[in-house]
Design a binder for this molecule. Structure first.
Ligand code: F6P
Length: 319
């Protein structure tokens, strides 16, 4: 393999830049030319493709966002869009592609693989919802952003002896809610994977207040319902006043943590090795701190699983 491409796609995540840097530097170290495909699959279809040099990825390891820009691309979900993408790759003589992104990006990589084009997926999303890897790039940074917010909200919640409902990202996956809720000592964590009973939530909060708790923090993953909707239901049921905080896209930005930079560097470099070994149609991941790779098509067929042990632990510790 003499020329490879790299793109970032879907929702950005802190550490994507470190992954791009790793792909570029690892490839050049191995005498492979690297082409950056800008604006995700949109850029692939439109031929927004430029050669990257060692210096192109200088001074980005510590920056959030993605220097390659990103997009959500409807056209790439169609066969025509995918064929246009392959034509662009062939026009530039690019023989393999590293796709850094989440679930939607992997679907695109899977489609290219099924059309016979070698692709390797690198899990980059704050949601931590990619099967076949314990952690995705950006999850750790997003968690730290959320915890910082919870800690601050807790200060004012205590002063006013209030209940706060905090909405975090995660349409289909509750990992951000669960991990940040556990680390932030939230009283209740609501995740899309587990049903909740409002009466149970209320009785737990009341018990805490009876024993002298000065504040209550409820974390709601956006996939369950909006924090406003939950707060309305809660107030209707209890007559208690609440305040709502929707953290939104601040969770997607910011300086990547050391952990995300290291993860991104390891996964990005491994993706290049796989292409060099002629192994397309793979996705890289980390399990028990070891790099792993697996069939991208098989992996996507598996559902993402929440850590139920951790979910139960969060309930035990927040009484
Ligand atoms: O996939 C990452 C993510 O941040 C989700 O948690 C969230 O639901 C979604 O992206 C938001 O996407 P957008 O920025 O396109 O609104």
């Amino acid at each position: 393999m003499k020329k490879i491409g790299v793109l970032t796609s879907g929702g950005d995540s802190p550490g994507m830049n470190a992954a791009v840097r790793a792909v570029v530097r690892k490839a050049i170290f191995q005498n492979i030319e690297v082409y950056g495909i800008y604006q995700g699959y949109n850029g692939l279809i439109n031929g927004n493709i430029k050669k990257l040099e060692l210096g192109s990825v200088g001074d980005i390891i510590h920056r959030g966002g993605t220097m390659l820009y990103t997009a959500r691309c409807e056209e790439f979900k169609t066969k025509e869009g995918q064929q246009k993408g392959i034509q662009q790759l062939e026009k530039h003589g690019i023989e393999g592609l590293v796709v850094i992104g989440g679930d939607g990006s992997y679907q695109g990589a899977k489609a290219l693989t099924e059309l016979g084009y070698p692709c390797v997926g690198v899990p980059g999303t704050i949601d931590n919802d990619i099967p076949g890897t314990e952690y995705t790039i950006g999850f750790d940074t997003a968690l730290n952003t959320v915890i910082d917010a919870i800690d601050k909200i807790r200060d004012t919640a205590t002063s006013h002896e209030r209940t706060f409902v905090i909405e975090v990202m995660g349409r289909n996956a509750g990992d951000i809610a669960l991990w940040s809720g556990l680390a932030g000592g939230a009283e209740t964590i609501l995740i899309p994977e587990e049903k909740f009973d409002l009466n149970d939530v209320v009785s737990r909060l009341k018990k805490g207040q009876e024993r002298g708790k000065k504040h209550s923090v409820i974390i709601v993953a956006e996939g369950v319902m909006s924090a406003n909707e939950f707060a309305n239901r809660f107030t209707e049921a209890t007559g208690m006043d609440t305040r709502v905080s929707v953290l939104g896209h601040i969770q997607r930005g910011g300086t990547p943590t050391a952990s995300d930079r290291v993860l991104a560097s390891r996964l990005g470099a491994r993706a290049v090795e796989l292409l060099m070994e002629g192994k397309g149609g793979r996705a890289v991941g980390i399990e028990k701190n070891q790099l792993v790779d697996y069939d991208i098509i098989e992996a996507l067929a598996k559902p993402h699983q929440i850590d139920l042990e951790m979910y139960n632990l969060s309930k035990e510790l927040s009484i």
